[in-house]
Design a protein around this ligand. Structure first.
Ligand code: HEC
Length: 181
């Protein structure tokens, strides 16, 4: 007869082996549990899949100009969420590279930004004249003093992306946003 303690231990072992990932979810199983992006992870983003969107109506704090979204990874058919490690960049403007506005989001995973765009970290980046990337700010919301307005759900970026992206993992660009279909 197996002791209750042995059962508890083997149960703990089974849970640890499973790692919390759903076996039926290959992208999540292959992706790392968490991912913290640095400037170097965005270097060369212009070579990622590009989605030119033309000029839009600037949101609070946005400059005017055509916008292009770049994706380090595109959603696979049937995927309802992008995996940890995915990086998305939105560039506004067509002036000299260092004058363009560059927003980004990276799938950090876990409970990061749990009350906003779950798992996503927000960034604003700058490029120098040669295109080298630096991080202006990062986090669950823009820092105080930036021009992006205030807060529902703890941050101006979450505000639109959670509302409009409820069914698409907080991603809003058609073709980049996973739809689960
Ligand atoms: C007023 C609503 C609104 C706010 C606020 C907003 N976004 Fe977006 N964002 C959009 C829309 C709409 C798109 C789709 C592309 C487009 O039309 O510009 C987008 C696209 C993006 C993308 C490309 C990936 C995607 O979701 O399509 C990134 C990256 C991004 N936004 C970052 C940010 C960051 C960082 C902030 C906060 C500083 C922010 N956004 C605030 C509406 C918003």
């Amino acid at each position: 007869m197996t002791s209750p303690r042995a059962v508890a231990l083997s149960l703990a072992g089974a849970l640890a082996a499973c790692g919390g990932a759903e076996p039926s979810d290959p992208p999540a199983a292959q992706a790392p549990a968490s991912f913290v992006a640095f400037a170097r992870d965005f270097e060369g983003f212009e070579s990622w899949a590009a989605f030119p969107l033309g000029p839009g109506t600037p949101a609070v704090g946005e400059i005017e100009g055509p916008r292009t979204v770049f994706a380090s990874r595109l959603p696979a058919p049937g995927e309802a969420a992008l995996p940890v490690g995915t990086k998305l960049v939105k560039v506004i403007g067509d002036g000299p590279v260092e004058t363009r506005q560059v927003f980004a989001m990276a799938k950090r995973g876990g409970d990061y930004n749990a009350f906003g765009a779950k798992g996503w970290e927000w960034f604003e980046l700058t490029r120098d004249a040669r295109g080298a990337v630096s991080v202006d700010w990062r986090g669950v919301s823009p820092p105080d003093g930036t021009a992006y307005g205030t807060n529902l759900r703890g941050g101006a970026c979450n505000e639109c992306h959670v509302e409009q992206g409820a069914a698409t993992d907080a991603v809003l660009t058609p073709g980049v946003a996973p739809t689960g279909r």
